[in-house]
Design a protein around this ligand. Structure first.
Ligand code: CMP
Length: 136
């Protein structure tokens, strides 16, 4: 059964020139893009996107980071798309992420970790509605 996930190439990934690399890895894995857009994130969308982290000490910094420059937002579809993309991304902390994963290959810091992928079917539904409200 096919499912959808929300993927972001964060400002650090965009400024490092990694948009093509991330998209290639998604396509090579056998997943499809059903929406794709370069966008600068408004503060209210960023706050809603990261609502579950609002009590964390790094919340303010995280909002500053994610709104600091353009991101690429994408809806990615395929069988096991949520877990499939999380495998491509690697662990949240790039030092713990396997070599060969996006974070393992291209990042060092936990905040500046190149990509975001929804972590569950519930998050995917919520995040896709937030970023692409008109997508059917
Ligand atoms: P992401 O998968 O987008 O989900 C939450 C984000 O918060 C995470 O990637 C990191 O960018 C960031 N994050 C998680 N833990 C920390 C931390 N300890 N310090 C700073 N940023 C963090």
């Amino acid at each position: 059964m096919s499912e959808r996930t929300l993927v972001l190439v964060k400002p650090d990934g965009v400024s490092k020139g990694l948009i093509g690399e991330v998209i290639s890895r998604i396509e090579n894995k056998g997943l499809s893009l059903v929406a794709l857009e370069l966008r600068t994130v408004a503060n209210d969308i960023a706050e809603e996107h990261y609502a579950e982290h609002k009590d964390k000490p790094f919340f303010g910094e995280l909002l500053e980071f994610i709104t600091s420059g353009p991101v690429v937002a994408a809806v990615v579809e395929g069988p096991r798309a949520i877990e499939g993309f999380r495998q491509l991304a690697g662990a949240t902390d790039p030092i713990k992420a396997a070599t060969g994963s996006i974070r393992g290959d291209y990042a060092l810091e936990v905040q500046n970790n190149i990509v975001h992928g929804s972590d569950s079917p519930e998050s995917a539904e919520r995040e896709i509605k937030l970023w692409f409200p008109n997508l059917s």
